[in-house]
Design a binder for this molecule. Structure first.
Ligand code: GLA
Length: 385
């Protein structure tokens, strides 16, 4: 176990003991993720290239003899939530964090899984609002814990689909499958090229001498805010106008011929070009060609900024600083849903100190602080510890 995991596991186990007076039966861990390239392509049946990272959400859980679920949320001042598995599960307007858990449990039951009552303590060490999938990791960890308590083994891609439905149908963010799938299926030392139409996973090894740096802009974001769902609607409208099932099936010639309005055209152009960049980036990574990868990451960022319009000025500034510090040795772009959050950079491990020093010296968050910088190796997906 890594020191990071050990500390979080100790925290969640101690919170469980304090809340419920015994040791938990099990601890489930599901990681956050960083997406190297392929943004807003997942719900267009396209390609993404994420990896799981070290920070995660952990759920310490024990079975109960009744149908109640009791939860202690360490990260929300040990706030508690409780509900009954056999009653209709509703949203909890006072505690939005609880909706990810309620939604996941409802989705598991809707998928036909017979669950038992449970006591749970939950804690995470992912920065919230950084676009590193703290919510997906929460859903996947809760799902894994609840199924393990009920002695159910499940395919992890199926678990991810159930978690995605919790977020879409219960929480109300019409997200794609990327975050839940990489949290469930992540593989140490690898990014995964995911075909979001078939859910086929292709290993993309990340050699030890390549570093993945994540820098949080300090602009926090929330997906439920509406921009995300609006982008999705625009993509679906573009696909429908071109007579294809999803933008995955469109190309730039079809787009030019479609005569769509300027905004819808730019949204679709981002997705169509981003799909190709993601495939090309996976090729470049396989050839250890970080220069080409860097060019593709720069194009991806420009496309998110100009065509998809999901970046914000501090993020553009941070990406430009990273690109300058890294030069042709690698690349940088915003990662995740947008409107704030983190940037991802890929570079030779030998460049990390230099780039870290440059960013610490030159970038301040909107609150005037030094940014959070994480250097990650791709980690494993969900597991019972
Ligand atoms: C969020 C969503 C994902 C994906 C990304 C953008 O993280 O949850 O499904 O759409 O935004 O690539």
């Amino acid at each position: 176990m890594t020191p990071l995991d050990k500390a979080l596991s100790d925290t969640v186990t101690a919170a469980f003991a304090q809340g419920f007076g015994s040791a938990p039966d099990l601890v489930a861990r599901a990681p956050g993720r960083v997406n190297l390239i392929g943004e807003h392509t997942d719900y267009n049946d396209g390609f993404v290239l994420p990896c799981a990272i070290g920070p995660s959400t952990m759920v310490a859980a024990s079975r109960r003899d009744d149908n109640a679920v009791h939860i202690v949320a360490v990260d929300f001042d040990n706030a508690v939530d409780a509900f009954d598995l056999k009653q209709p599960i509703e949203r909890n307007p006072d505690q939005p964090w609880a909706d990810y858990i309620r939604g996941m449990i409802m989705a598991l039951q809707n998928a036909g899984h017979a669950l038992t009552g449970a006591n749970m303590a939950i804690a995470g060490n992912l920065p919230k609002g950084a676009g590193l999938s703290s919510s997906a990791s929460l859903e996947v960890a809760v799902g894994k814990a609840m199924l393990a308590l009920a002695n159910v083994e499940i395919d992890h891609s199926r678990l991810a689909q159930i978690a995605q439905s919790a977020e879409c149908d219960f929480v109300g963010t019409k997200c794609g499958i990327m975050d839940q799938l990489i949290s469930a299926q992540g593989k140490a030392g690898h990014a995964l090229l995911i075909d979001c139409r078939t859910l086929a996973l292709t290993d993309a090894p990340v050699p030890d001498d390549i570093a993945i740096m994540i820098v949080h802009s300090g602009v926090t974001r929330g997906l439920v805010g509406g921009h995300y769902n609006e982008r999705r609607r625009q993509c679906e409208a573009a696909a429908e106008a071109m007579g294809v099932a999803a933008l995955r099936d469109a190309n730039l010639d079809m787009l030019a011929a479609a005569g769509l309005d300027a905004v819808t055209t730019s949204r679709a152009r981002h997705v169509i070009t981003e799909n190709q960049r993601t495939l090309d980036a996976a090729d470049a990574l396989a050839k250890n060609d970080l220069t080409t990868l860097g060019v593709l990451m720069a194009q991806s960022h420009a496309s998110m900024r100009d065509d998809f319009e999901i970046t914000v000025p501090p993020i553009d500034e941070l990406v430009a600083l990273l690109q300058r510090a890294i030069g042709p040795a690698g690349g940088a772009r915003m990662t995740g849903g947008g409107f704030g959050g983190a940037c991802v950079a890929v570079m030779p491990a030998a460049h990390v100190d230099k780039v870290r020093a440059a960013i610490s010296a030159e970038y301040k968050t909107p609150a005037g602080e030094s940014p959070l910088i994480m250097v990650e190796r791709p980690g494993p997906g969900v597991a019972i510890l």
